[in-house]
Design a protein around this ligand. Structure first.
Ligand SMILES: [Zn+2]
Length: 260
């Protein structure tokens, strides 16, 4: 497994997107996971990381631009099919990631794990022989991920974290940040973080906050203000879950929230 860091650092992408080149030692081909942004230099670096192997298959964890913008051009460049859960993204010859079967390529078996939450069409890939999971933006190498309302779904996200936990992985290969070697503790930490945030959102409502912006100002007071718009989408995802569960009421416009 080789990690190629894309040159797209930002507060949300950390050092940039991790593109992974995966192959069994001795295999004549490689699998590329998340080709990343449309960037010629990055595409060349990924080809170099293949070390003379042809690319047999491209896999997408999800279709946000920092993971997928360069995917179609890269697939054309290397002449390999592109597989993704998102409708309309898979190219002819690509395996169906929703079929429940492992994907066999480059001498490996990778198990697609549909993991909605960060995005509805998010998919992790388990390399069971190594107890490793390529996690995309489901779990990052540092910090926490954004569950963006309305495309992200907090209830789905928590269920997808529980799914990952049940695999008892040893290592996580995230879409951003360093590799994770304490995988179970990290996923448990993510679940605890979301439970804490939900409790904070309920406490903010109990204290009189009524709008997502008011809740963000209270709950994310210690976070860089440049991240507050993203935080507001996460708060809205928490609120949508709580409304769905009947624990919070909202007005018909969905702009104000009150405890149930
Ligand atoms: Zn990302």
């Amino acid at each position: 497994m080789t990690r190629v860091l894309a040159p797209n650092p930002s507060p949300l992408t950390l050092e940039g997107t991790n593109t992974f080149v995966v192959a069994e030692p001795g295999a004549g081909t490689a699998v590329v996971i998340d080709p990343g942004p449309a960037d010629q230099g990055h595409a060349q670096a990924v080809v170099r990381a293949c070390g003379g192997r042809g690319v047999e298959l491209l896999l997408l964890t999800h279709t946000h631009v920092d993971h997928a913008e360069g995917a179609r051009a890269f697939a054309d460049r290397v002449g390999a099919p592109l597989a993704a859960l998102a409708p309309g993204w898979a190219t002819p010859g690509a395996p169906d990631l929703a079929a429940g079967d492992p994907v066999a390529a480059a001498g490996l078996e990778l198990w697609p794990l549909p993991t909605p939450g960060h995005a509805a069409d998010h998919c992790c890939f388990e390399l069971a022989t190594e107890r490793a999971v390529f996690t995309g933006d489901h779990v990052l190498g540092r910090g926490t991920t954004v569950v963006e309302w309305p495309s992200g779904d907090m209830a789905d996200y928590l269920a997808s974290l529980e799914l990952l936990l049940r695999l008892h992985p040893e290592r996580l290969y995230p879409g951003h940040g360093p590799l994770v070697t304490d995988a179970v503790a990290r996923v448990e930490g993510y679940l605890a973080h979301r439970r804490d945030r939900e409790a904070q959102v309920l406490a903010a409502l109990a204290a009189g906050d009524r709008t997502p912006a008011e809740i963000v100002a209270r709950v994310y007071a210690e976070v860089d203000p440049s991240l507050h718009p993203a935080a507001e989408l996460s708060v809205r995802a928490h609120l949508a879950k709580l409304v769905h569960e009947g624990r919070v009421h909202t007005d018909p416009e969905g702009g104000r929230f009150t405890p149930a």
